[in-house]
Design a protein around this ligand. Structure first.
Ligand SMILES: NC(=O)c1ccc[n+]([C@@H]2O[C@H](COP(=O)([O-])OP(=O)(O)OC[C@H]3O[C@@H](n4cnc5c(N)ncnc54)[C@H](OP(=O)(O)O)[C@@H]3O)[C@@H](O)[C@H]2O)c1
Length: 234
């Protein structure tokens, strides 16, 4: 029997590809979703396809009332301006940052190399906890995230360790492998990994099924590198 989870309410902004799939992940984990849209009727129609009472369609303003807020809108579509208008409402809350700052044709980012959407968000909302998550999971892979090598990784970034743990806990019944990938500034690496993956999947013909998974393991006691033999000449 599945262990019960504490039910949390997450407000999602937007009703696009990621919004719907992450709503599905949250519902699967026993949480409630306020699905916010510029067109609440659209959000209500999507909500009606989930199990009764799990997802409620509403406006952005209503979704922003939740203790956890997940903006699923592109930076290029004015997300920062929208959040700046609601900075007071977001005080003391946790924002789940899934942003990759892609330009219109996905050939690059609208932000320079020496920053990230995660850092810009944290600067914009200094009284809000910002946790980077799911940046590397392409929407097409949520339905079948199992690769031959295993489930893909989700790299989690942020400067508040407790907030990172709380956000990972929201998805404890999800099949992904969640890895603490460092502080807010490390979102630079994670976001650029998404851009690199997008380029690779086109080049390799893996589109849309591509994901990141780190290979590695702790060292085994007494394990020797066979190449030591060549350099041990004393
Ligand atoms: N696509 C991916 O595979 C992927 C992976 C990881 C992270 N992300 C990130 O997730 C976020 C959402 O990506 P997505 O692919 O889910 O986007 P999407 O399918 O294009 O949906 C974006 C949503 O944003 C809302 N929106 C608000 N203002 C808008 C405007 N001016 N123009 C268009 N839409 C507007 C719309 O919802 P309403 O009409 O309901 O308001 C729309 O459904 C992005 O920041 C992206 O970087 C995406």
């Amino acid at each position: 029997m599945a262990t019960p989870v504490d039910t949390t309410t997450v407000g999602i902004l937007g009703t696009g590809r990621m919004a719907v799939r992450l709503a599905g992940q949250l519902v699967r984990n026993g949480h409630k979703v306020l699905l916010g849209s510029r067109t609440p009727q659209r959000a209500a129609a999507i909500a009606a396809k989930f199990e009764a009472g799990a997802v409620t369609g509403c406006s952005y303003e209503q979704a922003l009332e939740a203790p956890y807020v997940l903006p699923a809108i592109f930076v290029r579509d004015g997300l920062f301006e929208l959040l700046a208008r609601h900075a007071d409402t977001l005080r003391g809350k946790t924002v789940l940052d899934i942003l990759n700052p892609f330009n219109e044709d996905y050939s690059g980012f609208v932000l320079p190399w020496d920053t990230s959407a995660g850092e810009q968000l944290a600067r914009l909302l200094p009284a809000t906890r910002v946790v980077g998550i799911f940046k590397n999971v392409f929407w097409e892979t949520f339905g079948r995230p199992d690769f031959a090598e295993g489930w893909s990784d989700v790299y989690v970034t942020g400067d508040d360790a407790g907030a990172k743990q709380a956000v990972i806990a929201l998805f404890e019944r999800s099949p992904f492998r969640f890895i603490d990938a460092g502080g807010t500034q490390d979102a630079r690496f994670v976001e650029r990994m998404t851009l690199f993956a997008a380029q690779l999947r086109a080049r390799l013909g893996y589109s849309p099924r591509i994901g990141w998974r780190l290979l590695g393991r702790p060292p085994v006691a007494g394990e020797r590198d066979p190449y030591d033999h060549f350099t041990a000449v004393d």
